[in-house]
Design a protein around this ligand. Structure first.
Ligand SMILES: [Zn+2]
Length: 382
């Protein structure tokens, strides 16, 4: 069940009353909690419960933090898990809730050697950023020794999502920008994804339209209306990728995030434009979508139109303008990726399964060539 409106956080009391929840595992990003003001609504509810707070975790879910959370959860045996924060906190909430009730080892489930066989306690997701849309998806990201895994199971979808734009009011501009870009990129990728459907394209198109119209204002001069709009865009993009999953820009981003610490949304946006141009050039001979190149071109045309452009190159320019207006880097050189060796590491790190969801087939050679283009690199190859 989703609550998406101003003051949605006040729904927490009714959810607890109806569910008769008394033992709570609270997975919480403490800095976000203090800043966002959710404590005013949550603390009076938690006061009447036995609460274990899972705090102090690293950005981007790590195995060690997940294992620590599982231990804490097993000690408490909660009847509800509340996850509050950005994508990391919500993904941790999903994983800890679920993995604490599996009979198999957490590492084996994360790395795909074992399946999830039972559902964990109910999960209430409370995002404090308008970005990942994790509250609307049935998957979670986890890193094991620097390697990124995506865990997917229907039971990971939160039972309740409370999306309250007021919780995003205190976000600094750089986080609003990076998370907003994630939402926009997820929606664009969803439209061209091989696994996309009419339904996911519907969610994603609405998300792109809203994000394009509001992202700049939400970063530079945020208003309640632009904050609300970005929350809607982010949630719709989450609903879209819950069906379609993500594609090449996401696959290429994880290495930049885990090895160079580039914020997720920024890392994804760095290759979105080039992949748009690349995918627009699809032919039947290199089309990965069984519906054919004509179908892919129609989907690209939807994106081009939503970006207010008439062709793919112009759409790339529109996208770059948005990125630049919100103060984010537009080229690999701007984030310190300047050598061929660094490019090779990014390309060789890509997950083949996620790459197969890109509508135009790629090879290491075609990706390296694409990322070496001056407009992507921002400088000549060293
Ligand atoms: Zn993302």
């Amino acid at each position: 069940m989703n609550f998406l409106c101003e003051k949605a956080i006040d729904e927490i009391e009714g959810i607890f009353t109806r569910g008769q929840y008394h033992k709570v595992l609270f997975v919480v990003d403490e800095d976000a909690y203090r800043a966002c003001g959710a404590d005013t609504a949550l603390e009076p509810v938690l006061e009447h419960c036995l609460v274990s707070r899972f705090v102090g975790f690293e950005l981007n879910p790590k195995l060690a933090d997940i294992q620590r959370g599982i231990k804490e959860s097993r000690e408490l045996n909660p009847d509800v898990v509340v996850a509050l924060g950005g994508g990391t906190a919500i993904d941790l909430g999903k994983l800890i809730s679920s993995l604490s009730v599996q009979s198999t080892d957490a590492r084996d489930v994360i790395t795909g050697c074992e399946a999830i066989t039972r559902k964990g306690p109910p999960l209430i997701a409370i995002p404090t950023t308008a970005g990942t849309g994790s509250e609307a998806t049935h998957f979670a990201v986890a890193y094991v020794g620097g390697e990124k895994f995506s865990i997917a199971d229907e039971s990971l979808l939160p039972d309740y999502s409370i999306i309250d734009p007021q919780l995003t009011y205190s976000l600094p501009a750089r986080i609003t920008a990076a998370t907003g870009l994630d939402a926009l990129c997820q929606a664009i990728e969803s439209i061209w994804a091989v696994a996309g459907t009419d339904k996911s394209t519907g969610f994603a198109s609405e998300a792109v339209e809203i994000a394009v119209a509001n992202i700049v204002q939400s970063v530079t001069e945020p208003t309640p209306a632009s904050r609300m709009a970005m929350c809607r865009a982010s949630h719709l993009a989450g609903q879209a990728i819950n069906i379609s999953k993500t594609t090449a820009p996401h696959a290429l981003s994880y290495f930049m995030t885990s090895s160079d610490g580039i914020p997720h949304g920024i890392a994804v946006a760095l290759t979105l434009g080039p992949m748009l141009t690349f995918n627009a050039g699809v032919r039947d001979s290199d089309c990965a979508d069984p519906r054919g190149a004509e179908h892919v071109r129609r989907q690209i045309a939807i994106i081009v139109n939503l970006l207010g452009a008439t062709n793919a190159d112009e759409a790339c320019e529109r996208f770059a303008e948005i990125v630049s207006k919100i103060g984010c880097p537009c080229s690999l050189a701007e984030v310190g990726i300047t050598t061929t060796d660094q490019l090779h590491k990014i390309v060789s790190s890509v997950n083949a399964q996620r790459m197969s969801n890109n509508p135009r087939k790629t090879t290491s050679t075609s990706l390296t060539k694409l990322l070496s283009e001056p407009f992507v690199r921002g400088s000549t190859i060293e």
